[in-house]
Design a protein around this ligand. Sequence first.
Ligand code: CP3
Length: 341
Amino acid sequence: MAEFQNDLLVHTARGEKCERSPVWVMRQAGRILPEYREVRKSLSGFKELVETPDLAAEVTVQPVDILGVDAAIIFSDILVIPEAMGLTYEMKEGFGPFFPRTIKGKADIDQLRTADGSELRYVYDAISETRKRLNGRVPVIGFAGAPFTILCYMIEGQGSKTFSNARRWLHSRPAESHQLLEMITESTINYLKLQVEAGVSLYQVFDSWAGVLSESLYREFCMPYLNRIAQEINEVPSIVFAKGAHFAMEDLMKSEFNAVGLDWTMKPEDMRQLDSEKVLQGNLDPCLLYANDDEIVNKTNEMLNSFSGGAHIANLGHGVYPDTEWQKVKLFIDTIKNSSN
Ligand code: CP3
């Protein structure tokens, strides 16, 4: 018997041909739903929600109930890994992530620990609770940040357009950068293994800041660590998403990740030429969801056509923006569900 009533995503991620592209939306949990804001309102902050499994499960299931997506993604954040390694984060209202302490030199790295994963019990509890609540309807997606993107936050301490402090480290302190990336990679592997044990049916690695690098930096400081993650965690299918990293697509297409995510500036045809067997994910511009309904339907259908010729997971080309009307997101999802390959 099938594990899920709707197992389109798991089959497609393994490269099997299905009747249509499954759909989920990066950042679907939280941000856009009034029901999310309602839960969030009664709490002291974002971290309380992340660290309370019952509530995290509640907001994880909301987009399945309200938007009709083909999978849930666990409500958490990529920044739980630096915290498990010894650098706590704050989520500042109207500002975003902030680290009171950052990595400034080797002495700071030496004070970190490699997380064995047990620090993040609340995530695994949220996963089991979510599975209980979903009762076999759709699979749950786990996730982690890519080692380089996590290094960016540990060094920079907050968001940045250029992550120039992080890039400065790669150029001026290569050995220490590798030391830190090693520790993040080990921690992430331990963490993802426990997510799989807790019941995720696939996982995505977010390399959100990949686009600030160059081909040679990506080859040296990203690919080896990403490859290790893909190799070590292969019990369930995996997706890698490196935003803006045109220069890395050839390497990513050759990697052992089952699926490669594209942002809206990347062309599926180019990827199909590199490897027609690889599963692709993406890639509607999230800003298209500010357009009128006809435009959304037309452009979504165009996007679906642009991926024809191979297995495809429909998604946006990056996370949905917080002020997007949820009805527009639902229209995007319904358009995909009404299509057929
Ligand atoms: O996809 C989902 O809905 C699952 C939950 C999820 C969150 N963060 C919840 C969140 C996921 C997958 C993430 C990943 C994440 N976090 C990334 C990679 C994805 C990407 O967008 O590139 C990054 C770079 C972060 C770091 C982070 N967390 C930032 C920059 C911010 C502030 C701005 C923002 O995105 O809203 C966060 C906060 C955050 N993470 C919120 C949510 C729902 C908003 C918190 C709130 O409710 O106040």
